[in-house]
Ligand binder design. Sequence first.
Ligand code: JB3
Length: 210
Amino acid sequence: MTDTHIILIGGGGHAKVMLDAALCAGVAIHGFIDDDPDAPITKLRGCPGHVGGFDEVTSRTGCCPILAIGDLELRARLIDRFGDVDFASPIIHPSAIVSASAGIALGGFVGPGAVVNADAKVCSHAIINSGAIVEHDVRVGINAHVGPRAALGGGVVVGNHTLIGIGAVVLPGVKIGSSVVVGGGAVVTQDVGDGETVVGVPARVVGVGV
Ligand code: JB3
């Protein structure tokens, strides 16, 4: 699919990072949607124009939105709201190392210095943030977020809408459910159930949110 007009959904800090990656990769961004027309992204050189609301995207052919907001619950709501709109191809920073055998699905983002290794699968709308490491045979679920400098060992499974916090480590083969929060800097040594929040070294369950 050739993206004609990529529209960033959101204009805050995460959108700035995505715009930066797109510009470095030579990917043209047509505009951004945000509730605030003066959102932070407008301060960036090369910032695209603020376009109208959702109708602007869903009604115009050739418009391909991509989520550029960090909040996973909001992202999940927006995915539902957009329905079967064609989302944009993933935006991948040119400094990221992505194996030829890895797969990054539509709407994904791979940040600067990230590594996605052999046979890893990153599902739609997932975020692999700056410097994160996704090792071989890992599966990152829909709309999951692997935070900056987090590291997923070989064969790890991450569920949908799950946050792996900044600098967290998940040992090889561990399975993490959906809608999980792994706290920043945690070291996950055993499987984590849906909706649980785990923190610490070794990571311990501190709450179940689902
Ligand atoms: O930690 C890192 C590396 N990045 C964080 C990222 C993952 O999440 C970042 O530091 C922030 O914590 C967060 O980035 P995000 O989501 O860009 O946060 P913020 O700077 O607050 O920008 C959110 C933007 O989304 C604001 O400009 C809001 O106006 C806008 N927004 C909120 N709700 C919305 C909606 N925009 C649209 N189009 N629709 C909405 O419903």
